[in-house]
Design a binder for this molecule. Structure first.
Ligand code: SF4
Ligand code: SF4
Length: 219
């Protein structure tokens, strides 16, 4: 059956009338910031204090877009005759976000919790070369990483939290014991005050010289 002339127009007007009184859901970015889910993969933040330059993230990155430079530093022995130690010092940590495909493998494989997802997404550039971001910028993004969700109250205490708690308790117990010991020593050294016991009478001695009388006082 051929369509009735003008029925399409009537349908369109009906839709317009139905929706024109409803509230719009369009967010007018950048005037209105989008409400992003907490686990948004916006950009990668680096907590460089945790990075040991193990290179695992750079090796596992499928796009080879993590650039790390480092050098070795020798730490002198702490005890006489001890062994010198060496550690890696981070010189450069950069990620090329024009190559990154936001797979998250680098964050997953990092054994020292040095990489995190940040929801920050406003880092578009007009020149693709400016999308390689160095450690200072990655560190800045670190402070935009949301706090982890609260633990399930019935969950087992994480090992690192338990270890930290035990260390604090041990330190507090040691400090309390030292304070108690110091207080006991101070109480022992303090001179006895108050009425006290009557003194023992002096024994009669030999008469001394006028300058330094010796012996007890005879009554
Ligand atoms: S998210 Fe994936 S592609 Fe991007 S740097 Fe990490 S491992 Fe490489
Ligand atoms: S895997 Fe983690 S600790 Fe190792 S180099 Fe990468 S960020 Fe640093």
């Amino acid at each position: 059956m051929p369509p009735i002339p003008g029925s399409g127009l009537a349908k369109g007007l009906a839709v317009t009338l139905r929706t024109m009184t409803k509230r719009s859901h369009t967010a007018q970015y950048p005037d209105a910031q989008p409400e992003l889910p907490p686990r948004t993969r916006g950009v990668i933040g680096l907590f460089e204090e945790n990075c040991t330059v193990c290179m695992l993230c750079a090796r596992e990155c499928p796009d080879w877009c993590i650039y790390i430079d480092s050098h070795k530093e020798t730490i002198p022995a702490v005890t006489p005759g001890g062994r010198e130690r060496s550690r890696n010092v981070l010189d450069r940590f950069a990620i090329d976000f024009s190559l990154c495909m936001y797979c998250g493998i680098c964050i997953e494989v990092c054994p020292f919790d040095a990489l995190f997802w940040s929801p920050e997404f406003e880092y578009a550039e007009t020149d693709i070369r400016d999308l390689t971001h160095e450690r200072d910028k990655l560190r800045e993004w670190m402070w935009t990483v949301p706090a982890p969700p609260a633990l399930d109250p019935a969950a087992e205490e994480p090992k690192e939290v338990a270890a930290a708690r035990k260390a604090v308790e041990k330190a507090e117990a040691a400090a309390a014991a030292a304070a108690a010991q110091a207080a006991a020593a101070a109480a022992q050294d303090a001179p006895t005050t108050g009425p006290g016991t009557p003194g023992t009478p002096g024994t009669p001695g030999t008469p001394g010289t006028p300058e330094s009388p010796a012996g007890g006082t005879a009554r």
